[in-house]
Design a protein around this ligand. Structure first.
Ligand code: GLN
Length: 303
């Protein structure tokens, strides 16, 4: 921690606010940065009680703080990458530009899994996979939700896996999550017919659309985690068709997708041997998650 003289901080903060307003960036983001890297809390920021102090403590010297805010304003770097962390569900996760910033809407996928295991508790004892784990958010939340399950987390990016491992270690379930480098199911062929559940937030944005998202996303987040091919559905299709070989009968298949993809995914699930198919919306009312259960009698032996 570096001490910053309060008068210098006050001077910088006034300029930082002005720049934010001029560039239509919410002042909440400035608070987010300061809450992340200084010893200030929400109340002292709101009521400016820090003004009575001589110094505030910051992870960086003031020149770095200034440079980082500059990156937010002029280069559209997401504030989560500047701070290097983001809150997601009850976790505070490390993020870098090697991983997609876990989104609030993705938090719902864990609640949907919780609903399914409440009805089918035997699933919570088995093997679960998070395909395209990125920061490890879903895998970590699954490990937390199902203390007796074995979680397998896969990503094709070595740099993302390094972040996911750090996150799982800091949340104390590093020993319960097995990490693999590779493409979708390829590293876990030994789990064919053994998965109780497959969860994924795969890349699902059409390639051309990836290039015209908000600049924070297009210019800074990994396209590998966003780009789902020409119609955005390449990975979703692969996950539907491949997972049947891997899931136990009645095993859960659940994925996130974007607006407008649900009909195609549900039709594919219906034609590929899934049942109990459910369409689920996010908190904004967008059809965001498809759920299916692999057909077959749960008692049947899988060979
Ligand atoms: N929901 C993310 C976004 O809005 C995309 C995530 C993904 O492609 N899986 O950018």
């Amino acid at each position: 921690m570096s001490p910053i003289v309060v008068s210098e901080f006050v001077h910088w903060l006034a300029q930082a606010k002005q720049a934010a307003i001029a560039h239509s960036i919410s002042l909440a983001e400035l608070d987010w940065l300061l809450l992340g890297v200084t010893d200030l809390d929400r109340l002292s920021l709101k009521f400016e009680t820090y003004k009575t102090r001589s110094h505030i403590q910051c992870e960086w010297p003031i020149a770095t703080l200034q440079a980082k805010w500059h990156q937010r304003i002029y280069n559209n770097v997401p504030v989560q990458y500047l701070v290097g962390r983001t809150p997601w569900r009850q976790f505070d996760l490390i993020v870098s530009d090697a991983v997609l910033i876990p989104r609030p809407e993705t938090e719902c996928i864990i609640d949907l899994v919780a609903e399914v295991i409440a009805k089918s508790p035997e699933l919570a004892l088995g093997h679960w996979v998070d395909l395209g784990t990125g920061s490890g958010a879903i895998a970590i939340a699954l490990a937390d939700l199902m203390p007796h399950a074995t979680i397998h987390a896969i990503d094709t990016s070595v740099d993302a896996l390094a972040i996911a491992k750090l996150n799982s270690e800091q949340w104390g379930n590093g020993d319960r999550i097995h990490f693999y480098h590779g493409n979708w199911f390829e590293p876990i062929v030994h789990l064919k017919g053994k998965l109780s559940g497959m969860v994924s937030n795969p890349p699902y944005i059409p390639s051309k659309a990836v290039l015209v998202l908000q600049p924070e996303v297009t210019d800074h987040e990994p396209h590998l985690a966003l780009d789902g091919g020409e119609d955005g559905l390449d990975c979703l299709r692969h996950l539907v068709t491949t997972a049947t070989e891997y899931l136990v009968p009645s095993g859960l298949w659940i994925v996130e997708m974007m607006m407008g993809q649900m009909d195609t995914v549900v039709e594919l699930l219906e034609n590929t041997g899934y049942e109990q198919i459910v369409r689920s919306q996010d908190l904004e009312g967008v059809e965001r998650f498809a759920i299916g259960r692999r057909s077959g009698n749960p008692g049947a032996v899988v060979v």
